[in-house]
Design a protein around this ligand. Structure first.
Ligand code: UFG
Length: 329
């Protein structure tokens, strides 16, 4: 299998799970946001995922059974400010990769999609047939590539599985890998847990006027190891030449304030939070129905409790306060 973006947060967990399931892997990652250490012993090619020369060289060593395409820009607020980056990488470059996969005859594609394809939900929990009306360029680009996958399948019989992640969180309980977006960290749980480790840090609560029980935005947090497991199951579906879109979430939403409360409880620390305006592009509520993933893929999350998810993230952050960099090892 070829795994793009295998040095990223979700990618690192996916490759460990795929290895454990007996797959042979090669990771391609330009390390723009990923970490060499996150890849462990898996062969890593440092390059852009759509680099023709690199793909040609990899292809000479034999055809890949499938490509797991995780590499992407993945920050909602950044996508609002710099849409060009998102369209270029998540659509244009990804289409180049897709065309390569088709011409090389590499089995099929497992694609890292996102809850961001839905936009502001009309009904909760969100099912896969919910209208897709993204509220930000990030979601638009994920949806565009999903549509390309469906068109390629229709025209060329190239199977795909698009996994629509809700909010990935937590870290491998066996240690060694976790979330490290460095100084550019924008995600709620790592920011809260870093603030728990640093008396001087405060976390902004983006939006306190949402139509939710406490006015803060609600998300469906899913353990990154549970997301990783779904990739193994997605490959099994591809082997049957079947395609589909699948939500990966728990069906339970937590508000920003509730998440902050769980982080304070798990860490045993006071976490300073201040109220701030809404972040552009953020929907009020995103909660998944993952019934389809459970029924068709056989997906069964092992870590449904938010406290356990946060607990595994806390172990990573307190043992690696500077992430993968040497200072913490
Ligand atoms: N939030 C804060 N303060 C912060 C950071 C986040 O209040 O400092 C809030 C956000 O506004 C949001 C919630 O916490 O309501 C969760 O924010 P994250 O940044 O952790 O996650 P997102 O929901 O924005 O993003 C996740 C994935 C994206 C994906 C998106 C789908 O990381 O890749 O879900 O909307 F696109």
């Amino acid at each position: 299998m070829l795994v793009t973006g295998g040095a990223g947060y979700i990618g690192a967990h996916v490759i460990r799970r795929l290895l454990a399931a007996g797959h042979d892997l090669v990771v391609i990652d330009n390390l723009s946001t990923g970490h060499r250490q996150a890849v462990g012993d898996v062969p890593l090619v440092v390059a852009d995922f759509a680099d023709g020369e690199t793909l040609a060289r990899l292809g000479e060593e034999g055809a890949f059974g499938a490509v797991i395409h995780l590499a992407a820009h993945a920050e909602v607020a950044e996508s609002v400010a710099y849409p060009e980056r998102y369209y270029r990488n998540n659509v244009v470059r990804s289409l180049e990769l897709l065309e390569w996969i088709r011409q090389a005859g590499w089995g099929g594609v497992v694609f890292s999609s996102s809850a961001a394809v839905y936009g502001e939900p009309a009904a909760i929990p969100i099912t896969e047939d919910h209208p897709t009306v993204p509220t930000n360029p990030y979601g638009e680009t994920k949806l565009s590539f999903e549509r390309a996958l469906a068109a390629y399948d229709h025209a060329h019989g190239l199977p795909f599985v698009a996994l629509r992640y809700f909010n990935a969180a937590g870290a491998d309980p066996e240690g060694g890998i976790g979330e490290d977006h460095g100084a550019g960290e924008s995600h709620l749980i790592p920011l809260l847990l870093r603030a728990a480790l640093d008396d001087k840090a405060t976390v902004k609560i983006f939006g306190t006027d949402y139509p939710t029980s406490d006015g803060t935005a609600v998300r469906d947090y899913v353990h990154v190891c549970d997301l990783a497991e779904a990739h193994v199951q997605a490959l099994a579906l591809l082997e049957k030449k079947e395609s589909g879109f699948f939500n990966l979430g728990h069906g339970e939403g937590f508000s920003v304030r509730e998440v902050a409360g769980v982080c304070a409880l798990v860490s045993g620390q006071r976490i300073e939070a201040t109220e701030a305006p809404r972040r552009p592009g953020d929907p009020a509520v995103l909660v998944a129905s993952s019934r389809k993933a459970r029924e068709v893929l056989g997906w069964k999350p092992r870590y449904p409790a938010l406290q356990e998810i946060v607990g595994s993230a806390w172990d990573w952050h307190r043992n690696h306060p500077t992430g993968y960099s040497k200072a913490s090892s």
